[in-house]
Ligand binder design. Structure first.
Ligand SMILES: [Ca+2]
Ligand SMILES: [Ca+2]
Length: 475
């Protein structure tokens, strides 16, 4: 009986949402970006000890995309691809730099925020949404303040390349940390935005669990070190990769897996990641509470996403910068009016968010977008979906993800194929199995035909294959 009543309420809310959009009143958008959060959230099941009750509650009232992927496994190019609605292979934005406003090919592109402003929205932001900030995108940019890191290094044994690579418990009160202040600002702002005449597009970006991966005692205590479960690995996992694949996925600034094991830092780093993710989850709860109290929740679309995933030992490596599941899979949740809710296992991309929001809010088509509106899946998450998700890491290296398969093709022609029905850890590369010839041909058909060279000023690939670009000498 209770389930039946809930269904009726949901249907009424959906009906209310549809009529709201059709009546010309545009829904607001609360856009929540998380930095480097992989599938270690409760509603994605990527780690059995993830504690993210607020994200899970949002997923339960919206559509939880369980097979969503970034278009590029690095912060800057992932965000640019999503916020411009263009593939990396079209823009040439493959790496950590340049700023898209400084490259001729992308400097005049219209972002999702500009598009919504052109159609009557007020856009405001705080925190990491773009990799840098883009003044042209917003009516208001709130400067970021608060603690993120100081000179004290906790995991002192890792001294190699990058001071960001640190993790552990810190004695900084939550209230002084940058992400807390960002959430508090948004929570304070929401009632005002909700009372304005214009619909709002509020973009809020959190910087954890990106390195340095810090959390206060409260969040570390939620994930006691002794009981931490480590991700599964296979010692021979990299034996079936091409030399190109091995080289591409070496990240010289991140610790090596062998180093983490030898120095007993694997568990502490996993603990810090789980703890800081729980902290960010609590901040999302703060904002969503404020949204509900403002009375605007029933006319506000909430979109929650992360720019890419993160390896914590899976496939014997750390960080992003790979075309494997742990780098590409991201949380993606839509909730609000016109969205009845459910779980969607279709392969989708962050690039689809721009056209989805445009269609769902009743804005005109933007014909040059390369993503596809997920509106049909928001209405019926089980609907057939032919198109796979595409991820690109460096020029002409691509992964195609369908419901069951991951196919990778590198620029040297080497390939990988993983069957997620039997091999969720992507341990067994079956690309050379003759029985998959036709399948590979069909997956290959989804690869982009345009592969423009990297933009001038490209750098930050951090792979030995791109040593020129690391020096800022991209040709
Ligand atoms: Ca990131
Ligand atoms: Ca393997």
């Amino acid at each position: 009986m209770r389930v039946f009543s809930l269904r009726i309420i949901c249907l009424l809310l959906v009906a209310a949402g549809s009529s709201l959009v059709s009546a010309g009143q545009k829904p607001n958008i609360l856009f929540i970006a998380i930095d480097d959060l992989n599938d270690w959230v409760g509603c994605l099941g990527g780690h059995p000890q993830a504690k993210t009750p607020n994200i899970d509650a949002l997923a339960a009232r919206g559509v939880n995309f369980t097979n969503a992927h970034c278009q590029a496994p690095i912060c800057n190019c992932s965000r640019v691809s999503m916020l411009l609605g263009k593939l990396p292979s079209t823009t040439g934005m493959y790496f950590l730099a340049p700023d898209f406003r400084k490259a001729d090919r992308t400097k005049d592109e219209e972002t999702v925020f500009q598009f919504f402003r052109r159609h009557g929205y007020y856009a405001s932001t705080r925190g990491k949404v773009f990799h840098g900030q883009d003044p042209a995108s917003f009516d208001h940019i709130e400067p970021v303040s608060g603690w993120r890191q100081d000179k004290t290094r906790l995991a002192k044994k890792w001294r190699k390349a990058n001071a960001l690579w640190d993790w552990g418990q810190v004695n900084i009160p939550d209230e002084e940390q940058v992400d807390y202040k960002t959430a508090q600002w948004a929570a304070d702002k929401l009632p005002t935005l909700a009372s304005q005449e214009k619909p709002f597009f509020l973009a809020v970006g959190f910087s954890l669990p990106h390195v340095p991966i810090y959390a206060s005692k409260k969040w570390c205590d939620l994930h006691p070190l002794d009981g931490i479960q480590l991700p599964a690995t296979l010692a021979t996992d990299r034996d079936d990769l091409s030399e190109y694949s091995r080289q591409l996925t070496i990240n010289p600034t991140a610790p090596r897996q062998e180093w983490m094991v030898e120095n007993d830092e694997w568990k502490p780093a996993v603990q810090a990641y789980l703890a800081s993710s729980s902290f960010v989850d609590s901040l999302i709860g703060t904002m969503l509470d404020s949204l509900h109290k403002s009375g605007a929740a029933d006319r506000t679309i909430v979109v929650l996403w992360s720019d890419h995933g993160f390896h914590l030992g899976e496939k014997l490596r750390w960080a992003k910068r790979s075309l494997w599941e742990e780098s590409t899979r991201v949380p993606l949740i839509f909730a609000g009016p016109g969205i009845p809710g459910g779980t969607c296992s279709r392969a989708v991309g962050l690039i689809d968010v721009f056209p989805t929001l445009a269609e769902h809010c009743g804005l005109p088509d933007k014909s040059d977008l390369e993503g596809r509106s997920l509106s049909p899946l928001l209405k019926d998450p089980t609907q057939r979906w032919e198109r796979p998700a595409l991820t690109t890491f460096g020029p002409n290296n691509h992964a195609v993800r369908t419901d069951h398969w991951r196919y990778i093709r590198y620029s040297d022609g080497s390939e990988e194929l993983y069957d997620h029905r039997t091999d969720p850890d992507e341990w067994n590369n079956v690309a050379s199995d003759p029985q998959h010839v036709a399948l590979i041909a069909s997956l290959k058909a989804w690869l982009p035909t345009t592969n423009v060279p990297p933009l001038p000023g490209s750098r930050g690939a951090d792979s030995p294959l791109y040593s020129d670009s690391r020096q800022g000498r991209e040709k």
